[in-house]
Design a protein around this ligand. Structure first.
Ligand code: GLU
Length: 308
């Protein structure tokens, strides 16, 4: 198996080689615009403990919206099913930071993986805590899941997001006006910007997502992180909502639950098989990593890991 997977990853890398550097690095968060667009990394961690990495897989990058999968896990553990009274489970068909649907839908965001929904999720993590406790909980969870105490928030990126975060502030105020945000807007935003500014490498991210590939338990430590039923649901939401308004396209081409972030990272889950992280900062028109998506499409074709 080891040689096979390593060969497959080598094939994936050569299949995207000519495209590396394409796409546009996100520049609406100024600190992200300085990332080298020619970076490309991939890490695969299988449920039986095999790891295959290639390219810039050890280099930390800004996980951005990939963090939403982990905060969703934490929020579901904390508040359980009542979370769904405050956030839906449907794809949006709109941009990740759209405000339009919120007015029609009385401040209830469509799903927890768009910005509005993630702000509600973060709000639940702030309940009874101050912002530094809440972000510490999130970072601690990721350190444990990644099995690496080096996971940290990039303070410069968090600051940059906060300076340019008018859209997210609008979403938060709007939801608060509908009674769907309990915390102070500034507190929710502070935690949200910091969670997005967490930096991790592909290797750390693939390791951190492994419980989602293994029915909610960590195959290495044997720890049950979330129930199997809840893991299925998190994966279902990643499949239907994890790639902004190109989620259908990602399901069509890759066929795996996944979550992308504007830092160019994607976490993809092959249930019962593996957790996969790719990173390439150039984004396509919808905001998903262009080369990362191509790499996952090739990987899914070669391994047959598509869930369909
Ligand atoms: N921190 C980014 C924002 O809120 C996350 C966007 C993303 O990765 O989708 O704008």
């Amino acid at each position: 198996m080891k040689a096979d997977l390593a060969e497959i990853v080598a094939d994936v890398c050569s299949s995207v080689e000519g495209q590396i550097g394409s796409g546009r690095v996100a520049d609406y968060i100024p600190a992200l615009s300085r990332v080298d667009p020619r970076k490309f990394g991939i890490a695969i961690m299988t449920c039986d403990g095999e790891t295959v990495c290639a390219g810039d897989a050890e280099e930390p990058f800004s996980i951005q919206s990939v963090s939403k999968v982990f905060t969703l896990t934490l929020a579901l553990e904390r508040v359980g099913a009542p979370l769904w009274d405050r956030v839906g489970r449907e794809p949006t068909g709109s941009a990740f930071n759209s405000i339009v649907q919120l007015e029609h839908e009385a401040g209830i965001p469509r799903n927890p993986l768009v910005n509005a929904g993630a702000l509600v999720v973060t709000d639940t993590l702030l309940d009874g805590k101050n912002p530094s406790q809440a972000i510490n909980d999130i970072v601690a969870f990721l350190r444990l899941r990644a099995d690496d105490p080096a996971v940290r928030v990039d303070a410069e990126v968090a600051q940059s997001e906060s300076e340019t975060g008018d859209r997210n502030a609008s979403l938060a105020h709007f939801m608060r006006s509908f009674g769907n945000l309990n915390g102070e807007v500034d507190d929710v935003l502070s935690v949200y910007f910091q969670q997005c500014a967490i930096e991790m490498s592909c290797r750390q991210l693939a390791r951190a997502g492994l419980y989602l590939a293994h029915a909610g338990s960590d195959p290495i430590s044997d720890e049950q992180i979330v129930s199997e039923a809840r893991t299925r649901r998190i994966n279902a939401i990643m499949m239907s909502c994890g790639h902004y308004d190109a989620s259908g396209d990602f399901a069509f081409h890759v066929g795996l639950p996944g979550k992308s972030g504007v830092g160019g990272g994607i976490l993809a889950i092959a249930p019962r098989r593996a957790s996969i992280a790719v990173w390439s900062p150039g984004l396509n028109d919808v905001g998903n990593s262009l080369v990362g998506s191509l790499a996952l499409e090739r990987l899914s074709a070669l391994t047959g890991w598509s869930v369909f």
